[in-house]
Design a protein around this ligand. Structure first.
Ligand code: GDP
Length: 197
């Protein structure tokens, strides 16, 4: 699939106000700075489509884009840690939780992970949370241009080793670079296959 049209539709703070139609929906999520805006722009072949969602004040919103007039790409807020006085607590904001719990149009999520880092508990926790909720997702490793092939294999293997301790099935994954535009057609073909099934 090629993306021939992509347009920003709407930003919401409330999942109930998200577009009320039946277009299949794919949600992009990850920690801030993981390369989410760059990936969305690269997929859509537009320089600043996702810029709107990383503008100050827009980062805590559910941002809907209409793609090829027949599916939604959703840019979700980044998740992270807050440091409380005694503990480090993971925060999957209420907005993220209610989106995944309530959004019926969601077909699958793409969880973005910076391939340069060792497995981080915040990402693992989030994927376990999705798994427990039976929400389909794939992993999208980003910034692969920053590592050599051997290191890419090593880092992805580490993730799957840790995940296989708890899970029978390892999710589908994509190895991408927004700079080299690699892994993008695989993602789009995957979406297309589901949409046309
Ligand atoms: P977001 O906060 O998740 O939306 O992340 P951005 O898309 O704004 O990217 C964060 C930083 O990572 C920026 O400095 C980007 O230029 C850089 N970046 C994003 N994607 C890639 C990539 O594929 N390769 C490299 N080398 N850098 C990237």
């Amino acid at each position: 699939m090629k993306i021939s049209s992509s347009e920003f539709l709407v930003s919401n703070t409330d999942v109930k106000k998200c577009p009320n139609n039946t277009f299949p929906e794919y949600a992009f999520i990850g920690r801030s700075n993981v390369g989410k805006s760059s990936l969305i722009n690269a997929l859509c072949n537009k320089k600043s489509l996702a810029k709107i969602s990383s503008m100050p004040g827009k980062t805590q919103l559910i941002n809907h884009f209409l793609i090829n007039k027949n599916w939604h790409l959703v840019d979700l807020p980044g998740y992270g840690y807050t440091k409380t006085s005694k503990t480090k607590r993971s925060t999957f904001q209420k907005l993220i939780i209610s989106y995944f719990e309530k959004r019926k149009q969601l077909v699958s999520a793409f969880v973005l992970i910076d391939i340069r880092h060792k497995p981080q508990s915040i990402d693992l926790d989030f994927m376990y949370w999705l798994g427990n909720k039976k929400i389909p997702f794939s992993i999208v490793f980003t910034k692969s241009d920053k590592l050599k092939t051997e290191k890419i294999s090593l880092n992805t293997k580490l993730y799957f080793e840790i995940m296989s301790e708890q899970w029978k099935f390892i999710p589908k994954h994509f190895i991408t670079s927004s700079i080299k535009k690699s892994g993008l057609s695989e993602m789009l073909n995957y979406i297309d296959k589901i949409n046309t099934a």
